[in-house]
Write a new protein. Sequence first.
Length: 62
Amino acid sequence: MPVLALVSAVLVIAFEQIVQWKYGASGIVGLLLLTIGVKTRSPSVSSAGAVVLALLVAGPAL
């Protein structure tokens, strides 16, 4: 089991680094809100995080 925990921790850190590299601080805030909302089972917080990430992925509307 320690190997599974280590692999999952590495994957989470790698995903966070990719989000930060691609979307900057706003991406980290959105990911943090989404994670906190899921862990606390708060639909409003997780929805706010999902909206932030969706807006970043969609990009600016011209």
